[in-house]
Each structure stands twice: as structure tokens, then as C-alpha cells.
Design a protein. Structure first.
Length: 323
């Protein structure tokens, strides 16, 4: 699964803060309880000294085994005394233990060099939060995609917009459930307010929950950030070339709304071509028709989109207006 270095770094910071809080809380509990039960402080000091003595045995003793066994017996006896003092005074046996958020990895994020489930959930939460800041991710699910807003009456080509929307919804849902790095790229087309962004975000919800890294943004915002990055204006960038090219799934929303110049066309071609070459899926949504895309972009871009992307074309009336 590919997340950006920034996402990994932020997850590491969250884990570090959890460990720090757990240790601070444990120290505060110890200070509070030892003020009431000073004998615990004496036991704790003895246990600390045993830890030092074990290190010395490893370094200097010729009979390491017997020396360590003797020290471990002393440690177990002191631990038993500590528990007895705690329980006889109304505390639990582990009142002085460090209580981590995740008992499985002690908030390190790893178990035997494998990423702990808590670490995976943190990564997912960060990606969700990033998208939620700019799009209604939590509201856009397959369950909330209502095909009742599409007309039932068949069009001239005998296709019912409602039936077509149902088929596209099912196709997108199947795509999300079976998503993998080699999945096809999708082209969601149709007029304004027909649910293209909703379906894109619904896919993102499922794919994120399955542990994949997702980058979502409008073509205008992504291409603008990449242009700023190219010219060294790196303050407050949400997107980087590395993240856009390497993420598991890129969702490029509202293609055609960006300001078109030689740089944006070149960058867009690089995104589309590089991700196709790396077999990394991309979802593009646009209000433009195929003819309008050909008028706006050069053939290198349109030939790759029309030749390599699976088109899903929604028809009907603006749902936002109907609502």
C-alpha cells in the first residue's frame, strides 16, 4: 500500500504522542500513589537497581546464567510485594503499569516488524481527514447514491437514465470492492450535478477502508500545486508530483476546469501516461464530452484517455437542482 511520506510521518507522530501520554500518565499515577504508599517507591528503586545489576552480569560475570536467575527471582519477589501492597489498598494489580492505547504493539505501531492494525487505522484516518477537508467524503457512499433522482423515461436511444445510473453505481461498487494496483482507470462523464464526484468519493471510501492510499483533488487544484512545486513555491502545497504519480489511486475531479496552458497540458499528460505505464489506476471525472476533450487537449492526452480508460457516462438532470 502506498501512502505519501507525509502521511507516514504524521502517523509516526501520532504514535509517538500516544506513547508519551501513556508514560506521562503512568508516572503521574505512580507519583500520586507512592505519596500515599511510600513503600512502593522503595520497591521501584530496588527494581531499577536489579535492572542495572542484570546489565552488569551480562558485561562482567563469568556465570551469567546463575547470576541472572538470582536477580530475576529477586525481581519477581519485589513484583509480588508491589501487587500485594496495591491490592490491599484498593488499587488494581496493574495500577502502576503503562496503559497504552494499543495493548498489542504498546503504541509503537509495529509487532515483530509488521505494521500493527492500530497503525493501519491511523494511516486510513489521516487519508480520510485530508480528503474530508476539501470534499464531502463521509457523505458520499454507495448507500447514499440515490438513483431515484434519474429519469425513468427512456431517451431516444431507448436507455433509461435511472437504469444506466444503477448499472454505473453497481460497476463502481464492484470496482471498489475488487480494487488493486492493476485495476483499470475510469472516466466518469456527464453533465453538471449527475453524481460523478459522489461516485468517485464512494469508491475512495471503500478503497481507503481496504488500506490503499488515495489522493483526491480537482484538476485545477492538483495542476496548480504541481506548477507551484515546479517553480519552487512549496509553501502550503496539498499535492506533490511524487504523491500524485505514486499513490495507489488518484482521483482527478472536474477535468477541464483548470487553466489550460503548455505547462498544465504537459503535466496532465505526464500524470496520465506515467500512471498508465506504472499500472496505477486513475479516476477522472469531467463535464466534457469526448469531442470537447479533443478540442481542449492535444491528441496525446485524449488518445490515452479514450483508449485506456473505461468510460462511465451518466445522463439526466442536475440532481442538486432537483434536490
Amino acid at each position: 500500500m502506498s501512502y505519501s511520506q507525509d502521511v507516514y510521518a504524521r502517523a509516526a507522530t501520532i504514535l509517538e504522542r500516544r506513547r508519551e501520554k501513556a508514560n506521562i500518565d503512568a508516572q503521574e499515577r505512580f507519583d500520586e500513589i507512592s505519596r500515599k504508599l511510600p513503600e512502593l517507591d522503595v520497591i521501584q528503586r530496588k527494581l531499577a537497581q536489579i535492572g542495572l545489576n542484570i546489565s552488569k552480569v551480562f558485561l562482567y560475570s563469568d556465570d551469567k546464567r546463575s547470576g541472572i536467575e538470582e536477580l530475576m527471582e529477586q525481581s519477581l519477589e519485589l513484583q509480588a510485594q508491589k501487587k500485594k501492597i496495591l491490592t490491599s489498598n484498593g488499587y488494581s494489580e496493574d495500577a502502576l503499569a503503562v496503559h497504552y492505547t494499543c495493548e498489542h504493539c504498546s503504541d509503537t505501531g509495529f509487532i515483530k516488524n509488521r505494521r500493527c492494525q492500530c497503525h493501519k487505522e491511523i494511516l486510513k484516518d489521516i487519508v480520510r481527514s485530508d480528503i474530508q477537508k476539501i470534499a464531502p467524503l463521509s457523505e458520499c457512499t454507495f448507500d447514499s447514491f440515490n438513483v431515484e433522482y434519474y429519469p425513468e423515461e427512456s431517451l431516444e436511444n431507448a436507455v433509461s437514465p435511472k437504469h444506466k445510473a444503477e448499472l454505473i453505481k453497481n460497476s463502481c461498487q464492484k470496482y471498489a470492492v475488487n480494487f488493486a494496483k492493476g485495476s483499470a482507470s475510469l472516466l466518469l462523464m456527464g453533465g453538471t450535478g449527475l453524481g460523478k464526484t459522489h461516485l468517485s468519493l464512494a469508491i475512495a471510501n471503500v478503497v481507503i477502508n481496504r488500506g490503499f492510499g488515495v489522493v483526491y483533488g480537482t484538476s485545477q487544484n492538483i495542476l496548480s500545486d504541481l506548477q507551484n512545486e515546479n517553480f519552487g513555491r512549496t509553501d502550503n502545497l496539498r499535492y506533490s508530483v511524487h504523491d500524485v504519480l505514486e499513490c495507489d489511486l488518484l482521483i482527478l475531479d472536474d477535468l477541464g476546469t483548470e487553466f489550460v496552458n503548455s505547462y498544465t497540458v504537459s503535466t496532465l499528460f505526464n500524470i496520465i501516461n506515467s500512471r498508465l505505464a506504472s499500472k496505477l489506476p486513475t479516476i477522472i471525472s469531467t463535464n466534457f464530452t469526448f469531442d470537447e476533450l479533443e478540442d481542449k487537449y492535444d491528441q496525446r492526452i485524449t488518445s490515452r484517455i479514450t483508449g485506456e480508460y473505461k468510460p462511465l457516462i451518466l445522463v439526466g438532470n442536475d440532481i442538486r437542482y432537483i434536490k
